[in-house]
Design a protein around this ligand. Structure first.
Ligand code: SF4
Ligand code: SF4
Length: 280
């Protein structure tokens, strides 16, 4: 049985896929997005112990050089996250697929499905598959929220039990994608078409940061490339305004797009054939 490092579980979420869902955030990411507003989800804890003294609730302790987190004592003050220099958090729980499924079951019958997010949840494909198999047995929907960095072609067994993927396309141009994330986007773009061809691309998302990349070019190219697949199944294009909440200090000075720029982005996607556009 597989297990994963779980950052948090939101029992009921209406923003992580269709309907009311349990959203599960897995720890660790292979991108370094400048505008990440959960930067503490990027890395695994290296047990440096810097956060222990700032915990006012004695929720953290050192056992044989490993941080132990006592969830029942935590008052969610976030002091530990603020002090961590490693993009990590000590508030991680390692759970097996069975334990995770049992947690999900506490929310049935009030949920329509489950969404894995992160961090980057596809770093744990076998774990997700095991949870999805169990979810399917009780009729729950299954979605993945991903940066598209794994080649989904190699994970057909995961896709078999996954209803759809919400895929970030952070920039269309390869070099601009590196500027935003430190990583190229060849696999991301390949995945977009592959998933769309299977009717499993539920949503693509672009965060608009006008100073960081040419958002018009990204929305234009992404919507043009994906438009032919709209006859297979609907694809939502969610265009998200950059906001500085939670963003690391060194990247907080970007300006948010104006309403006019956001509307312009939406109109580009409509012109190319998209009808399900969400601007937020
Ligand atoms: S969460 Fe960060 S500060 Fe705390 S022990 Fe781990 S790496 Fe160190
Ligand atoms: S968030 Fe929880 S674990 Fe972290 S410092 Fe605050 S009380 Fe301690």
């Amino acid at each position: 049985m597989y297990s994963a490092d779980i950052n948090k579980i939101i029992p009921f979420s209406s923003v992580d896929g269709p309907g009311n869902r349990t959203a599960i955030f897995l720890q660790g990411c292979n991108f370094n997005c400048k505008y990440c507003h959960n930067p503490e989800t990027r890395n695994l804890c290296i047990n440096c112990m810097d956060c222990l003294p700032v915990c006012p609730a004695a929720a953290l302790s050192d056992k044989d050089g490993k941080v132990i987190f006592a969830a029942e004592k935590c008052i969610a003050c976030d002091n530990c996250i603020k002090v961590c220099k490693h993009g990590a958090t000590p508030r991680i729980v390692r759970m097996t697929s069975k334990e995770t499924f049992e947690k999900i079951c506490e929310n049935v019958p009030f949920i329509r499905g489950v969404t894995f997010s992160g961090g980057e949840c596809t770093l744990y494909p076998d774990f997700m598959r095991e949870v999805f198999v169990l979810c399917k047995q009780i009729g729950l929907g299954t979605m993945i929220d991903s940066n598209g960095s794994i080649d989904f072609k190699n994970f057909s067994d995961l896709l078999e039990v996954c209803d759809g993927v919400m895929l970030d396309i952070k920039a269309y141009d390869y070099n601009e994608h590196i500027k935003v994330t430190d990583v190229g986007n060849d696999i991301v773009l390949k995945n977009a078409k592959y998933l769309a061809g299977m009717g499993k691309l539920f949503e693509v998302r672009t965060v608009v940061v006008p100073e960081l990349f040419d958002f018009r070019k990204t929305v234009d190219n992404v919507s043009k490339e994906l438009a032919p697949f709209l006859k297979i199944s609907n694809i939502r294009y969610k265009i998200i305004s950059y906001r500085k909440n939670g963003v690391r200090k060194e990247y907080r000075d970007y300006k948010s797009p104006t309403n006019e720029e956001m509307n312009e982005a939406g109109e580009i996607a409509i012109k190319n054939g998209f009808s399900d556009i969400v601007l937020i």
